[in-house]
Structure formats: C-alpha cells, structure tokens
Design a protein around this ligand. Structure first.
Ligand code: KIV
Ligand code: ZN
Length: 502
C-alpha cells in the first residue's frame, strides 16, 4: 500500500460487521455483499477470519474466487496457523493483529511486551516471505503506552509490514486525541497508517475523520456502521464526511451507497434508524410546513447544500403528517394528479391535522383518500378485496388464498410462505402480476394495543418502475387482513396516479 493522495477505504463489514451480536451471514449472503462492495469500489474488503472456522475459510476462499477488482484481505492472529489459513484462501492481504495494551496483555494473551514484539517480528516476516501484503494492527492501540506503540510499529515496519493499523478497540478515544496520536505515529514510521474506530461513545466516524487529519491514509469502516457492540465507523458517513467536509478524495462510487446500505440491512437483519445520516428513510424527507415550503423552492434551504439525494442513490420525499403545510399538500397531490383549489386545500389540511392531533400516522394513501373525498373525485379502484383464507399449523406449510376483483375481473390466487402474512402478501402480489412494475418496498407491523386481540397497524410502501412510491396503512385485529388491505390500498393509489396521468 503506497502513500496516495486518495484515502483508501478498507471495508470490514464481512469481518467486524459480522461480529455484530445476532448477525450470522450465509456464504451466499457474504458473496452477495462482497460483489456489492466491489460495485461500490472500496479499496479492500476484509472477507473474514479464515482460521476461526471451516465455514469462514470456505467463505473467504469463495470470495477470492469471485475474482473481484478490489483487494481481498483475511484476518489472522500473530500465529502461523492463522496466516496459513489466509494463505490457503489465497487472499491478497493479511491483516495480523495482537493486543498491545497493558490490560489486554495481562488478561487475554498473558504475554510480556518483549514476547509480543518478537511474535510481531516473526509473523510479519513470515507473511512477507509469502509475497502477500501485510497490515499489522496493535489491538487496543488507543489504550496502549505510546512509546511501546511506536516501538511495535517500528518492529512491524522493519519486518516488512506494508501498513499499520491503529484500532480504537473499545471506542474510548476523542477526535483531538486521535489526531494527535496518529500525527505522533506518523513521525515515527514511514509506512501508511490505517485507523479502525469503534462507536462506544458515538464518536467512531469523528475519530476516523480526525485520524485522517492526523495523517492516516486508510480507514476501516463498515456499511451502516455494523460491528462489535456499538459498531464501527459507518462507511457512508465516513466517506461523505471525508469528501464534503474534509476535502479528501476516495474511490467510492457514491451512487451505490444507498443500495449497498439496504442490502446489508436486509441480509444482516440489523435495521437502520429512519434518521440514519444519508441512507435512513428520513435523511431527505420533509414533513414540517416551513421546511417543505423551503425545499420545494430550493432544496438547499433545509438540506446540506453540497449534497443531492440522487448522488448516493436515495430520494427526496415530502411526507404527509400533522406538521405539513399547504405547499406540501399541494405538491404531493399534484404528483398524484389531484389539484385542489384554495378552499379545498384548506379543508384537506384541516382534516390531516385533525387526524394527526389524535396521534394517528398519515400515509400518502390516507392523504389521497381525504383529497378524493373532498374533491369528489374518487378514482375507481383497480383491486377490490373480496375474500382471504389462510391455513397454518405445525405440519402444514402456511398457505393463503386471496380473492379480489382486479380491473373488473374476478381473480383468485393461492401462495405459500414462511407464515400466513407472507403467504397472503405473495398471493396478493400474484393477483397484480399483470402490473409487474409495482413492487413492495417496505412492510412494517406495529401493535397498537396489547393482548392477543391487539390492534395491529400495517404500514407498507410500494414503488413503481419509475421510482414513484406510495405509503399506505391498514389497521385490524386480524394481521393477515390488515396486511392485504394495506398492500391493496398502496397498489390502488399508485395505479390511480398512473390512470390520472393518462
Ligand atoms: O477492534 C479491533 O481492535 C479489531 C482488530 C482485529 C483490528 O477489530
Ligand atoms: Zn474492531
């Protein structure tokens, strides 16, 4: 790894990210994520820790076989057998690490500082003799005696390491301290420095950025900030911060940030918050009247002026809700082909606020329905639900049949699923398979009341091929019925928009 003007992005979603409590990726999941990281154009991926299990070795080998354009790295302790597993997987780079802080030396590896230095010298020379790039990490570096840290990095450099990594393993450093520490290490060695920050104090991204300010040339990050405990520095936030606030360049294909985040969210099962910077549902959404009015006129009024959502593959959205004003009602309805006059607009807005004040969520479908009633222009429904029947049990595969009037024709579809809701949603989707451009983008269940007769609220979002989306909801004590009704309502709204357009 030569010193370069661009900051190198080392993604460890598949290694530290997979160490997130509760996350367990299959081999296929890992290959899919590795390919997406290749499209995102990170510089290196840490594909896993081959010595940790047979399955892990197999997965790293498989990722290497994908023959991606990016470098593939494997993790190894300072043990020959770990390095041999990485060599067996045929990785481009080996990331070897050892504890260096007093507390970890005493309680985890039980070695003296001299023994640790010797193990680093031996293992780095061993890796070097196999013509593979070597990255050396001093685990718990930010709590390590700084003289010892510089010393051990010099040993690694002398033995042939291509770069050294400074992990803030327990996430306790502050941005200023990180900058100073990296600057000191940079003076002591000639090879590039990499930083790896954990988010225990919510400072992983800030510490990474200030590590770069101190002279780091590579950053270890994960998609959505997944990782041990509170996670690692988020790739998306770090890259955007580097490029737009710190005037640094990376090789990242930023248009792929949103879809990569969504893929990792889906496969890891770790849901990102709506207010997650850049990729969260609310990152470019506006509900309040003042903000929406400003954004309709010029998005820079209430968004960072150097960023457009499409730069990262996301979308701006005006969201209905009790804080909305007439400008956003008008704009949202205009997109649906509805143009209320001044009085009608006021009536619609009053109705929305009345519902919102009762603590109810308002989806786009609700807003359209209110507007249609007030305008007296109820669009003919494409789908009218007639009957749902589900069957489920211990030995029975959950199956659902849905009957509906679809565009004037009586239709019925039966599907199986992982549960009755999944089966019913699949059956409904197959009823509208004549309209393949519509897909279910999100599906959320919320219990409004408690108990086995709880009222469930289903909120869905459907999207057409042009990327236009509509949210809709339905409430019922019967979760299957509410799911199907919400989906049908969303599809009807989207199709009504299309029909009005025509
Ligand atoms: O947090 C950490 O110290 C690590 C090392 C393996 C770099 O993940
Ligand atoms: Zn870590």
């Amino acid at each position: 790894m030569a010193k370069s003007s661009k900051i190198r992005i080392f993604d460890t979603t598949l290694r530290d990210g997979e160490q997130t409590p509760g996350v367990s990726l299959t081999l296929e999941d890992k290959v899919q994520i590795a390919n997406k990281l290749d499209e995102l154009n990170v510089d290196v991926i840490e594909a896993g820790f081959p010595a940790s299990s047979e399955g892990e070795l197999k997965a790293v080998k498989r990722i290497v076989e994908e023959d991606l354009d990016i470098e593939v790295c494997g993790l190894a302790r300072t043990k020959k057998e770990d390095v041999d597993s990485c060599l067996e997987a045929d990785v481009d780079m080996i990331h070897t690490f050892v504890s260096t802080s007093d507390i970890q030396l005493k309680h985890t590896i039980e070695k003296s500082k001299e023994e640790v230095k010797k193990s680093v010298e031996d293992i780095v020379s061993y890796i070097n003799s196999h013509n593979v790039r070597c990255l050396f990490s001093a685990m718990d570096a930010t709590r390590t005696d700084q003289e010892f840290l510089k010393d051990i990095f010099s040993v690694a450099q002398k033995a042939g390491a291509d770069a050294v990594n400074v992990p803030d393993t327990v996430g306790v450093v502050s941005p200023k301290e990180m900058e100073e520490l990296i600057a000191k290490i940079d003076k002591a060695i000639d090879i590039p420095i990499d930083v790896h920050c954990h988010n225990d104090f919510g400072l992983a991204v800030a510490n990474t950025l200030f590590g770069v300010e101190g002279g780091a040339q590579q950053v270890q990050v994960t998609i959505n900030g997944v990782g041990e405990r509170a996670g690692n520095a988020s790739l998306q936030q770090t890259v955007m911060g580097l490029e737009y606030l710190f005037d640094k360049k990376t090789n990242i294909n930023k248009k792929k940030l949103y879809e990569t985040s969504k893929l990792v969210e889906r496969l890891s099962g770790i849901q990102i918050l709506p207010n997650e910077p850049f990729v969260g549902n609310n990152a470019f959404s506006h509900e309040s009247g003042i903000h929406a009015q400003g954004v309709i006129s010029d998005s820079k009024t209430f968004e960072p002026d150097m960023i457009e959502p499409k730069m990262i593959g996301h979308k701006r959205k005006l969201v209905p809700g009790k804080h909305m004003g007439k400008h956003s009602v008008k704009e949202i309805l205009k997109n649906a082909g509805l143009e209320p006059n001044k009085e009608e607009l006021k009536e619609i807005l009053d109705r929305v606020k009345e519902i919102g004040d009762k603590g109810k969520r308002i989806t786009e479908a609700d807003l359209y329905t209110i507007a249609e009633v007030i305008l007296g222009s109820e669009a003919e429904k494409l789908i009218d639900l007639e009957e749902i029947a589900v069957m489920t049990g211990n030995k029975v595969t959950p199956t659902a049949s849905v009957e509906a009037n679809v565009d004037g024709e009586k239709k019925r579809a039966s599907k199986t699923g992982v549960g009755p809701v999944d089966a019913a949603i699949k059956a409904t989707q197959s009823l509208v398979s004549n309209f393949p451009e519509i897909k279910l983008k999100s599906f959320k269940v919320e219990a409004i009341t408690g108990g086995s007769d709880a009222l469930a609220e289903i909120i869905i979002e459907v999207e057409d091929k042009q990327g236009r989306s509509v949210s809709a909801k339905s409430e019922s004590e019967d979760i299957v019925k509410a799911s199907v009704e919400a989906l049908i309502s969303g599809v009807n709204m989207l199709m009504a928009e299309k029909r009005r357009e025509k």
